[in-house]
Design a protein around this ligand. Sequence first.
Ligand SMILES: *Cc1c(COP(=O)(O)O)cnc(C)c1O
Length: 377
Amino acid sequence: MYKIPFNKPYATGQEFTYMQQAVANGHLSGDGKFTKQCHAFLERTVGVPKALLTTSCTHALEMAALLLDIQAGDEVICPSFTFVTSIGAFVLRGAQPVFCDVRPDTLNLDEARLEALITPRTKAIVVVHYAGVACEMDAIMAIADRHGVPVVEDNAHGLFSRYKGRYTGTFGALATQSFHETKNFTCGEGGALLINDPRLHERAEIVREKGTNRSRFFRGQVDKYTWVDLGSSYLPSDLLAAYLWAQFEQAEDIQNRRKTLWERYAAHVPEWANAHHATLMTVPADRDQSYHMYYLLMPSLDVRTALIDHLKARNVYAPFHYLPLHLSDMGRKFGGQVGDCPVTEDVSDRLIRLPLYNQMTEDEQRYVLDMLWQFEG
Ligand SMILES: *Cc1c(COP(=O)(O)O)cnc(C)c1O
């Protein structure tokens, strides 16, 4: 009998070797050899001028809020259908969240609804490339540029995903990555801030180093370091960077594994979906996805609940995903009401994610497919 979790943390096998090397190097704090290798890898492969590892994607988002000088009363726009910290990091600085609905096809921020939400107080637009399928970046960047509002890409799902050939994470002034256990590449808990706006490079180092100019000091650019700005401690230990480096080294293999798994679902699920009136994921032709997730939209909340229970009874863990943020306890405090984001409210009730992890075997995946076919809902 199989037991198929939704996710399993992955290791390439080199992680402990590199962690031991970090110990042998005598540099366990941040910005050691492995951290620098990870920075260079992200800069080179994604094509960003500057990348900094952080302790999480949430912390990279907090850095973004500090770098964009978010103040009490500023408005920040983000989709309601996302993880809490896409907006929580800005609310922590006093921002008022402004929730935008998503498109019914990609479940990304609906660019057609964006401009109407912009006011003179809008200080940032956060977009999320859901499931690693890029947002409508041409339209979003045009609107943001017209109003002079910086865009932050929450690219937690989308490392190596592309929009019209260009990597996500290279469009906004800032972008954030996650290396949490549930993401394509992991070190347990970790993240990165990608900095495209050159005016923010130096301050990003300062904000990440407790508000000090310590990075410049280590490069010999100043002869002592001191407190110069707001900041916190956002740099991970080089031990975690060593773990992550082992995964970056195998980036192609990891992405190929996920692509194979995703495509096997894509080859076999549609017939089942058709029989059960389920809607498949949409990946527009001009986008290369990151194979982060395989999801379906069931015809109703009841059918989805029945399917989740059916699979669980057969040891297959297929969870739902985000609840509408505008209807959360916090969202309601900021004025969120039923009906504000109808697409989000609808898809949130009907979405189910199938198990997908780097080391999933073909037999395990076949078992998931067999159990789907046994569903009578
Ligand atoms: C996972 C995730 C985050 C948070 O990442 P952490 O590294 O756990 O802080 C933020 N946004 C999205 C869209 C995510 O999926």
